[in-house]
Design a protein around this ligand. Structure first.
Ligand code: FES
Ligand code: FES
Length: 157
């Protein structure tokens, strides 16, 4: 076991983990952040996407020990202090950008990261920006609309 310290959604955690533990499993099983989901075993789907030190990462591709000392934001850390939805969550809701919803946490994290790096993307840039996230319901059209709505509103948080 190895001791790690990690800030997750603003709370500091100090835990013992096995060196082989993936960040996604640490977040779900030890921290209880089950909003971050596992959709594949092959690093393909993006359902496990979180923000690590300001960068969007697939948390199934990162060892928990590799994130030691870092800052993680999960889908559960996006809501406002008053419980309000993050603008990207609100836009997904308003634009019907989710069907089964399984991909949604990772998709929202990736879309948020996309606008952070490119506040006014073209439709092609949005599609390219989320190519690492798969929606098996093929709901991409409304996901693109949701991102455009947030970009049009000038919100990049
Ligand atoms: Fe991480 Fe699919 S669970 S990419
Ligand atoms: Fe079902 Fe994306 S909404 S996988």
């Amino acid at each position: 076991m190895t001791k790690i310290n990690l800030t997750v959604d603003g709370v500091v955690y100090a835990d013992d983990v096995e060196p082989r533990t993936l960040l996604v499993h640490y977040l779900r099983e030890q921290v209880g952040k089950v909003g971050t989901v596992v959709g594949c075993d092959t690093s393909n789907c993006g359902a496990c996407t979180v923000d690590l030190n300001g960068q969007s990462v697939k948390s199934c591709t990162v060892l928990a020990v590799g994130a030691d000392g870092g800052q993680v934001t999960t889908i559960e850390g996006l809501e406002g202090a008053d419980g309000s939805l993050h603008p990207m969550q609100q836009a997904f809701h308003e634009n019907h950008a989710l069907q089964c919803g399984y991909c949604t946490p990772g998709m929202i994290m990736a879309c948020r990261d996309l606008l952070k790096n490119n506040p006014h993307p073209s439709e092609d840039e949005i599609r390219e920006g989320i190519e690492g996230n798969l929606c098996r319901c093929t709901g991409y059209q409304n996901i693109v609309k949701a991102v455009q709505a947030v970009a049009d509103a000038g919100v990049t948080a």
